[in-house]
Design a protein around this ligand. Structure first.
Ligand code: HMG
Ligand code: MG
Length: 302
């Protein structure tokens, strides 16, 4: 018997064009980034993080996100999301009509400092003007909390800290918080402990999960999260990704692998697996390497 908390449908947030491509060593041209986003939308994904508006000196791979947003073929059913660290980033995103923005904080002081050059408290202060501007324009804001399991600089992170930062982001007006295992060290037991703490103060409807697959635990961690009632899952086409400020972190769970697992569980998601595999093939060919999705590799070998 399946656990009754397991949701009947899941919203997938595709982060490949941002989390995936931000971590690539090679430069990726705008046309490729645009075509990838278009193919992901055509596969049925409804939330696509199409780029970020951070300081390009910090993450050069995301320079030119304005052009990406301007050139994509918009589909009314898709929300094109922009990652923004501050008001400057928000204004850049709005100038090219991002439908939604995502701000990003952390449960670790050291990671906050390395990734966005300020303390957790200072980051929340920086987000306030973004929240005000977004409210004024009716733009939904998603909040990320990084390092929900461990931090590359501090080690293990207390679940209570994750709960506190998540609560603060929601209180500021984020409609949802995505809990990020940035380093990808988590296992289902640790994810259970972390989610128990967060769910004691926040309802499951306001949470998403974001697992990097460094230790091969992402699908198991997602399954553990589904069992606790989480119905929003971030993933990255072809398993691309990582964070330049979390050295050694691998990509997110591959969207193809997530969709295959959801199919097996009979959970609705609205995505066409074959079209998704084609999108993954497209970007893997452009990057000149094999896909990070086991499902894509297995399908192509049939
Ligand atoms: P800072 O140096 O403290 O910023 O960086 P500042 O406000 O002092 O400004 C310094 C310079 O940056 C100024 O330029 C600003 O104009 C410029 P100057 O006057 O020296 O010529 N600047 C900007 N330029 C363009 N767009 C902007 C912007 N803001 C300032 N938005 C800052 C602070 C946050 C900007 C910097 O640390 C930064 O850009 N960090 C981004 C790091 C990043 O993108 N990391 C990866 C994404 S997070 C992630 O992957 C985790 C996630 O996937 C979840 C998970 O896995 O856990 C989300
Ligand atoms: Mg990430």
């Amino acid at each position: 018997m399946m656990n009754t908390l397991i949701p009947s449908s899941v919203r997938i947030v595709e982060v490949g064009p941002r989390d995936g491509l931000q971590n690539e060593k090679q430069a990726i041209d705008i046309a490729t980034r645009v075509q990838l986003v278009n193919m992901l939308g055509a596969a049925g994904l409804k939330s696509i993080e199409a780029g970020s508006f951070v300081n390009p000196a910090w993450v050069p791979q995301m320079a030119g996100s304005e052009e990406v947003f301007t050139q994509i073929k918009r589909d009314d059913k898709v929300r094109y999301v922009a990652l923004v660290p501050n008001l400057k980033g928000f204004e850049r995103a709005i100038s090219v009509t991002a439908n939604e923005v995502a701000i990003f904080g952390a449960a670790s002081e050291a990671f906050s400092k390395k990734n966005i050059n300020c303390s957790i408290e200072e980051s929340l202060d920086r987000f306030k003007p973004v929240m005000d501007a977004a409210k004024e324009r009716g733009i939904p804001v998603r909040g990320y909390v990084s390092c929900v399991i461990s931090c590359p600089y501090e080690g293990e992170i207390a679940p209570q800290k994750v709960a506190q930062v998540s609560e603060r982001l929601l209180a500021m007006g984020c409609y949802e918080v995505s809990l990020g295992d940035t380093v990808g060290t988590g296992t289902p037991a640790g994810v259970n402990r972390m989610l128990e703490a967060v769910l004691s103060v926040i309802p499951a409807e306001k949470l998403g999960v974001h697992f990097h697959d460094t230790y091969g635990q992402a699908l198991a961690n997602i399954y553990a999260s589904l069992q606790m009632g989480i119905a929003v899952v971030d993933s990255s086409i072809a398993g691309l990704g990582g964070c330049p400020y979390a050295k050694g972190a691998a990509g997110n769970v591959a969207t193809e692998d997530l969709v295959y697992m959801l199919n097996g569980l009979g959970i609705q998601h609205g995505v066409d697996l074959n079209k998704l595999i084609a999108a993954g093939q497209f970007i893997s060919d452009k990057l000149g390497r094999q896909s990070g999705s086991k499902v894509a590799i297995a399908t192509n070998n049939q």
